[in-house]
Design a protein around this ligand. Structure first.
Ligand code: NAP
Length: 461
């Protein structure tokens, strides 16, 4: 669900009016928590329950009545009851006629029923004005007051006045109502709390798959090959060397995958000559999770930085340095400084540092608190122009790391190239295609297409 598109209603509660009594059906966890919060906000609350005996869990200022008696006392009735028990409302249909009936229910599975719970409630009690609200707020958050993460309350309903009354209550509780439109939106609102990081699924599955692939790839090349041919045990590479190979590879591939869908979309728009035809579903979904792909890439880049920082204190590295010094001493030789190599190594580090700095900047600007404070043009500048610059720097960092090893036969083991060579394929494709798209002969028509211009279809006779 795209939260940005929601109509965020005014936040200030209307405190001047006298609070109207609110009736809550059901004295379960949610009913009680909401009752407490309503009483704290100055609403008289009456509970409608199967059992009118007041337990000490019920707020002491609330009334406890039967469903029928409680419903008569209020114009708004909140049904804090599971959908499977809604049948008890049918005999109350006459009492509920013209009243606002608020459905707060959730299901256990996405699209569990053919219609939403709110629409089902509207069918059961046709005379009532059904409004869907509060289902994304938990009883625990209401009771403990930890509503920071879930301050937004999605509201939908067919009756504008009824919806307005519910939104007034939402505001009075210190929450933010988000008008989602008619009751048709209820299904989506009910599915919302059941989604498990929907935008993160693809980036996480993809990075797990790539991590597994590159782990075994590096294991074969760096550990098993050395064991088979040189009888050397490099199994300790699993702890730091292999992760430090995988992290930059994944950071680079995932960063390139953030920009690949944009490039594909541009090619598709140029081919179709219009922006008014929908992209294939897979491309739409891919575009929607670019931010998450970028953040996962940033996490891998940060891990690469940490692994690199501990390199000098590794015993393997100090052993290699000391044995090279001793061997030079024994041979009574000193290796002259190879300035070409020094240049390559310093450039490689400089590109990595700059690339990582821009990577972090991209990550920071994707945070809602920052992106809300920049205008669309600034956001696009950072995410597109600086994003491509980051991709160029990180690709160059990897290319320089390869140096002259790309063509050296010794860097191929069992015909397998170094893993970082594989990581360059997608970024290089993205950068080359982007470079081609920047040419005026392609950029101009693309800009016009994105401004709404359409190429007329050519009909053959
Ligand atoms: P609950 O603790 O199981 O309470 C449900 C209440 O429904 C019971 O206390 C009972 O109240 C009433 N009830 C049970 N069987 C009934 C029947 N056969 N006929 C009439 N009333 C019956 O559930 P809950 O956690 O409060 O959740 C209530 C609703 O709020 C659910 O639809 C849930 O999806 C929604 N919700 C809950 C949360 C949450 O954090 N818990 C968050 C958002 C939305 P009486 O004994 O007083 O009749």
């Amino acid at each position: 669900m795209n939260r940005n598109s929601y109509n965020i209603m005014a936040l200030a509660p209307n405190t001047s009016k006298k609070r109207e009594t609110v009736c809550i059906f059901g004295t379960g966890d949610f009913g009680r928590a909401l009752g407490h919060k309503l009483i704290q906000s100055g609403y008289p609350v009456v509970f409608g329950s199967r059992n009118t005996q007041k337990s000490n869990l019920i707020p002491k200022d609330a009334e406890m009545l039967s469903h029928a008696e409680a419903a008569q006392k209020a114009a708004i009735i909140i049904t804090a009851i599971q959908r499977q028990h809604y049948n008890f409302l049918t005999p109350l249909a006459e009492i509920l006629r013209g009243k606002v009936l608020v459905d707060v229910s959730n299901n256990l599975k996405i699209n569990q029923y053919p219609e939403s719970n709110a629409e089902y409630l509207a069918e059961l009690v046709p005379g009532a004005k059904v409004v869907k609200a509060f289902n994304t707020v938990s009883a625990w958050a209401l009771q403990s007051g930890t509503l920071d993460a879930s301050r937004q309350v999605f509201v939908c309903g067919d009756d504008m006045e009824a919806k307005q009354m519910v939104m007034d209550i939402v505001r009075a509780l210190g929450l933010t109502p988000l008008d989602q439109g008619s009751l048709l939106a209820a299904q989506e609102i009910e599915n919302y709390p059941l989604q498990l990081f929907p935008m993160w699924k693809f980036p996480i599955i993809l990075s797990l798959g790539l991590t597994a692939f590159f782990f075994f790839y590096c294991l074969i090349r760096d550990v098993i090959y050395s064991y088979v041919y040189e009888k050397k045990d490099y199994s300790f590479f699993i702890a730091i060397s292999i992760p430090n190979r995988i992290c930059p590879i994944l950071a680079l591939i995932l960063l390139a995958l953030v920009y690949l869908p944009g490039v594909l979309a541009a090619i598709l728009q140029l081919y179709r000559g219009t922006k008014y035809r929908r992209f294939p579903d897979w491309l739409d979904k891919w575009m929607l999770c670019r931010k998450q792909l970028g953040l996962v890439a940033l996490a891998f880049a940060s891990l690469h930085v940490l692994y690199t920082l501990v390199m000098p204190i590794r015993s393997f590295v100090s052993w290699r340095t000391s044995s090279s010094t001793i061997s030079q001493a024994l041979k009574n030789t000193t290796q002259p400084l190879n300035t070409t190599y020094a240049w390559l190594s310093d450039s490689y580090l400089a590109l990595g540092i700059l690339g990582f700095f821009l990577f972090v900047l991209l990550g920071i600007t994707s945070l809602p608190s920052v992106s809300n404070n920049v205008n669309w043009r600034e956001f696009r500048f950072v995410q597109s122009k600086l994003g491509y610059l980051t991709l160029i720097l990180c690709t160059a960092h990897t290319l320089v790391y390869g140096g002259n090893r790309f063509l050296s036969p010794s860097s191929y083991k069992w015909y397998l190239p170094n893993a970082y060579m594989l990581s360059l394929i997608i970024p290089c494709i993205v950068l080359v295609v982007k470079f081609v798209l920047v040419f005026p002969c392609l950029d101009k028509p693309l800009t016009r297409i994105r401004q709404g211009w359409e190429r007329k279809p050519q009909y053959s006779e």
